[in-house]
Design a protein around this ligand. Structure first.
Ligand code: OGA
Ligand code: NI
Length: 360
């Protein structure tokens, strides 16, 4: 798929090892330029949060989505690009167990994790940087990336074999999260005034669309005001379903010229619109920039499930949403072409989807 090389430009340093080495100052390659550093945490307002929406799945209602659910999701997609969902249909104990098992994985000795080390060619496996630019300022995090869909890319042998029964758990979690994505795709289609299967169809249908998991591990950072766990970016794909660490805030969402710190609700997922959804909806839905801050007291684990269109079909604004008054804002492009950019440069704000805009 890509012309990316099979090796990283510099020796890989595991951020967790660095964190546990007892350093009191972070190496300069993690120090962000002044203008990119996070504001001290005391400036954040605990009363401001992204919308929280009760989907009511499993409530025995059946037969279509209540208008209030549709309305809340519609507003969140158009105004925020981010929302939390509760009563989403995914097993809560499975969510907690997944998070704790991944935490255990990241705490395994480095020699055991080394066998899963990834390369920029596919990103699959255990990694500690995004992007291949030599000398880039790095983020304070390690991660694990794996494919679930399309099934031709699924290779459980590349998933961690430890702790025991972990692979089975990853498969079950993936299945349930993909079902949740299907429900959200229906709601998002209806809210555009289109048939409920519309977006799924544009993504290439059940058999071809993509679903992959990135588990982020943010170790304690001795100088959290100088670093970021994940630099500002928008997610390149369709939808993201994030399982945050309930006890440790870290995700911040762009709102105008402010960064809002998300306050995770118990057992909720954080949902956000990706760039491909912004393109398909002709910017009715917003893919919003976000970043992750770190802290000196607690490590943080998050599971980001990316639900993406099939890589080789052209994604463009839906004809049904293009009129004389609302011309198509983006030219057609495949997701494979689009994704190469972020994989080459690493996270870079919203420059990519903005650069795509057709001149008017
Ligand atoms: C991501 C992401 C947020 C978080 O993985 O793309 O934005 O809270 N993660 O870890
Ligand atoms: Ni993201």
């Amino acid at each position: 798929m890509s012309n990316l090389q099979n090796y990283w430009p510099e020796p890989i340093v595991r951020v967790r090892s660095l964190s546990e080495s007892g350093i009191t100052e972070i190496p300069s390659r993690y120090v962000k330029p002044l203008e990119d550093r996070p504001a001290p945490v005391t400036e954040f307002d605990p009363d401001v949060n992204i919308p929280v929406i009760d989907l009511g799945v499993g409530g025995g209602g059946g037969g279509g989505w209540p208008g209030s659910v549709l309305g809340q999701v519609s507003e969140a997609c158009r105004e925020w690009g981010f929302f939390q969902v509760v009563n989403h249909g995914v097993d809560r104990s499975l969510m907690r167990e997944m998070r704790e098992k991944w935490r255990e994985f990241f705490h395994l000795p480095e020699e055991l994790k080394a066998e899963y080390a990834n390369t920029p060619c596919t990103y699959e496996g255990y990694g500690s940087r995004l992007g291949v630019e030599k000398g880039a300022v790095l983020d304070w995090s390690d991660y694990y990336f794996l494919h679930y869909l399309p099934s031709c890319l699924r290779d459980p042998n590349k998933w961690p074999a430890l702790p025991p029964l972990f692979r089975e758990m990853i498969a079950e979690y993936s299945k349930q999260v993909v079902e949740l994505c299907g429900r959200l795709m229906n709601i998002l289609s209806i809210n555009l005034g289109l048939p409920e299967a519309f977006l799924l169809d544009k993504f290439g249908g059940d058999d071809h669309l993509g679903a992959c998991l990135r588990v982020n591990f943010y170790p304690k950072c001795p100088q959290p005001d100088l670093a970021l766990g994940l630099s500002p970016h928008s997610d390149p794909g369709g939808l993201t379903i994030l399982l945050p660490d309930e006890n440790v805030p870290g995700l911040q969402v762009r709102r105008g010229d402010r960064w809002i710190t998300v306050n995770p609700v118990p057992d909720a997922f954080i949902v956000n619109i990706g760039d491909q959804m912004q393109v398909l909806s002709n910017a009715n839905y917003k893919s919003v920039e976000h970043r992750v801050i770190v802290n000196s007291g607690k490590e943080r684990v998050s599971l980001a499930y990316f639900y993406n269109p099939r890589g080789d079909i052209l994604i463009k604004p839906a004809d049904e949403l293009v009129t004389e008054d609302c011309p198509a804002l983006y030219p057609p492009m495949t997701f494979n072409e689009y994704r190469l950019y972020i994989r080459t440069k690493g996270p870079r704000g919203k420059s990519q989807v903005d650069a795509l805009k057709s001149p008017r």
